[in-house]
Design a protein. Structure first.
Length: 382
């Protein structure tokens, strides 16, 4: 899954050289020496949900969780956030990254968390907003906007094919997700990919698909990707978003969107409320109208529509119970200046400007959080 060279250098090299940016799942852990935590429980009747046991599982030391929030009918039932735990700090030290421990200490209730591939779902919604404005149609051929494809076998790939990870385009580097983070101009790399499978058929998770959606959006609207997002999505949800770019200035429409968890929650609430007038109910229905596990840049869990990002950045939406669960892993922004993802392919985590989440990105181990298990515990009183 990840690029590697020689052993000692590799073991400390940042893991996202060939990112798939999906959430990892596993068992939970606990410690009698708990990390510094703080929680808020809304003063409403929430007896139908097993909140305490669910949070005990989800916030345990060893899960690398920074914050979880449960929302029902627009009310926050509980939100809890914490700093790094003793087990987690010791694992970070043992991995050779002990100098980073202090970066994850201190309860940061209003600090930003990051998206990794949860950003893909935001990009999907932006494409839907552009469709609502009659600036494009997702059943258009992408070559209407990617004129580089007009004269070859990619000319009939549709935007919907790209949204659904069924473009048939080559996977860069032949690795899961596609190795594009090491390139200065990731848009150009993705535009140049050849067709290697029949379009519209086989699902293959490819970061370039989502990167191309950003290019299509800019060309279809004539607007800067982030300006369009700020104008038609973030400003309407009172979100102050920071979206990472590559060194050439292209916004990484496949990843790397920073905001507070409360702001991620507003995005989830918009989806649950059938678009809230920001995007059409018809587009939300199009997302849901599938028997696949993936549609229009969203995943489907067990009775949930989900955004999923590397290291377990998740928005899970349960329409039947009007329930939203948000989970993000321990994170600190590498920079507060321009958010430029810099990765020359031969650097260490401490020297790369990128979203530094725990545990996989920095330590190359999987987290011990499973959203399905959290939801099972949460609903065990029903």
């Amino acid at each position: 899954m990840y690029l590697s060279n020689n052993s000692v250098t590799n073991n400390s090299k940042i893991i996202f050289l060939s990112l798939i940016f999906l959430s990892g799942c596993g068992g939970g852990g606990s410690s009698s020496d708990s990390p510094l935590t703080q929680s808020i429980v809304a003063p409403i009747n929430n007896s139908s949900w097993n909140l305490e046991e669910a949070f005990e599982y989800g916030m345990a030391d060893g899960t690398y969780t920074q914050q979880i929030t449960v929302i029902q009918n627009g009310e926050v039932l509980k939100t809890e956030y914490r700093d790094i735990g003793n087990i987690e700090a010791n694992q970070l030290i043992q991995s050779g990254r002990g100098e980073l421990v202090s970066q994850y200490q201190g309860v940061r209730s209003n600090s930003p968390v990051t998206s990794w591939s949860t950003a893909k779902s935001f990009t999907g919604i932006l494409i839907g907003i552009a469709q609502d404005q009659n600036l494009l149609n997702i059943d258009d051929k992408a070559s209407v906007y990617l004129n580089e494809w007009l004269d070859d076998d990619r000319k009939d790939i549709t935007i919907r094919n790209i949204l659904n990870m069924r473009s048939g385009l080559e996977l860069p580097g032949g690795v899961a997700g596609g190795n594009i983070t090491i390139f200065n101009d990731q848009a150009s790399i993705c535009i140049a990919l050849p067709l290697v499978m029949p379009m519209g058929e086989q699902f293959e998770y490819n970061n370039c698909n989502s990167m191309l959606l950003g290019v299509i959006l800019e060309r279809a609207t004539g607007q800067d990707f982030k300006v369009f997002a700020d104008t038609y999505l973030f400003s309407k949800l009172d979100i102050n978003a920071r979206w990472w770019r590559d060194p050439s200035g292209n916004y990484l429409s496949y990843c790397c969107l920073d905001m507070t968890q409360a702001e991620f929650g507003r995005f989830g609430s918009m989806i649950l409320n059938n678009g809230d007038g920001i995007i059409s109910e018809a587009f939300i229905n199009d997302i849901l109208a599938t028997d696949s596990f993936y549609n229009l840049q969203f995943w489907f869990g067990l009775n949930t529509l989900e955004t999923r990002g590397y290291d377990g950045q998740i928005i899970a939406i349960d329409f039947s119970n009007e329930l939203i669960v948000l989970r993000n892993s321990l994170y600190f922004p590498k920079t507060e200046a321009d958010f430029i993802f810099r990765n020359d392919g031969d650097s260490y985590a401490a020297d790369i400007d990128a979203p530094l989440t725990l545990p996989s990105v920095v330590m190359q181990i999987e987290d011990n959080f499973d959203m399905n298990q959290f939801l099972d515990i949460l609903k065990s009183n029903n």
